[in-house]
Design a protein around this ligand. Structure first.
Ligand SMILES: Nc1ncnc2c1ncn2[C@@H]1O[C@H](COP(=O)(O)OP(=O)(O)OP(=O)(O)O)[C@@H](O)[C@H]1O
Ligand SMILES: [Mg+2]
Length: 254
């Protein structure tokens, strides 16, 4: 299953993606955590050391290697044991979780990134995605990142939102775009919830079937951004919340 995380800038997409990916992997699920944000930050928030991250080759660089091995430059790359070792070269293993970085494909409207984009799309859809894998894609802020390429193969788009008017407006824009791009399902997760007022604000704005969970405001989560290297299983109430979110994604997705 491929789960992409979107939302307005700074709402907590990366924090959610990091914790969700770690929680899934601790549950025994094979997770591929992919930093699809050109302003890469998922690895850091997951506690991967700067020098390790600096040495990680972005998967966009895999293109040529894979084409050489598989011959030609198709648009579909089937699962192939010949490239497994290449994949291993391009990820950081964290237990059952593998971390990948997309690489900078920010095109600024230029067409010259199309090839890379379609390669990445094919890759994420087929090559690195086995039946048993869950892919968590941490997207860049807003709608620029959401293109036909990145949307392809996404089963669920999780839109993270703060309890604020502007953040909620962005959710609606992203939902509309997701619809146009043919993403089969969008769900909403509230983040940085401080009190019942926050909770009710979001409940009032979204139908229950779309609004699948809420993450409280917590100093612990805030501190993840201080790069203290939190590789621990998110515990306590966060674990319960993530479990509920996962159940709703899985149960209502079929
Ligand atoms: N539930 C939370 N409680 C407290 N702080 C939080 C929570 N979730 C995220 N934060 C903090 O909010 C800030 C932004 O979070 P994060 O980087 O995850 O957002 P983002 O949506 O990925 O941002 P960007 O749009 O820049 O990619 C960080 O300092 C993070 O620690
Ligand atoms: Mg982010």
């Amino acid at each position: 299953m491929k789960i992409a995380i979107s939302g307005k800038g700074g709402v907590g997409k990366t924090t959610f993606a990091a914790n969700f990916a770690q929680w899934l992997s601790h549950k025994g699920i094979t997770v591929l955590a992919v930093d699809a944000d050109p302003d890469a930050s998922l690895g850091t928030v997951m506690g991967i050391a700067d020098d390790v991250l600096a040495n990680l080759k972005p998967i966009v660089d895999m293109k040529q290697l894979i084409e050489e091995r598989m011959g030609g430059s198709g648009t579909y790359y089937p699962l192939n044991p010949n490239v497994d070792d290449i994949l291993d070269d391009y990820c950081i293993p964290l237990g059952a979780l593998r971390f990948f970085r997309m690489g900078n494909i920010k095109g600024g409207g230029t067409s010259c990134y199309c090839k890379e984009n379609s390669f990445l799309q094919a890759l994420v859809n087929s090559l690195i995605l086995g039946e048993e894998d869950t892919v968590i894609l941490d997207m860049g802020a807003g709608i620029e990142q959401l293109t036909r390429g990145t949307a392809l193969g996404v089963d669920v788009l999780v839109i993270v939102t703060e309890p604020s008017k502007v953040s909620v407006q962005t959710v609606k824009v992203i939902q509309q775009l997701a619809l146009e791009l043919g993403i089969p399902r969008t769900v909403i997760v509230g983040n940085k919830i401080r009190n019942t007022k926050d909770e009710n604000f979001l409940r009032d704005h979204f139908p229950t079937e779309q609004f699948i969970g809420m993450i409280p405001y917590s100093d612990e989560l805030l501190e993840m951004s201080l790069n203290t290297g939190n590789l621990e299983l998110p515990g306590g109430s966060l674990g319960v919340e993530l479990n509920n979110i996962y159940q709703r994604i899985v149960d209502e997705g079929s």
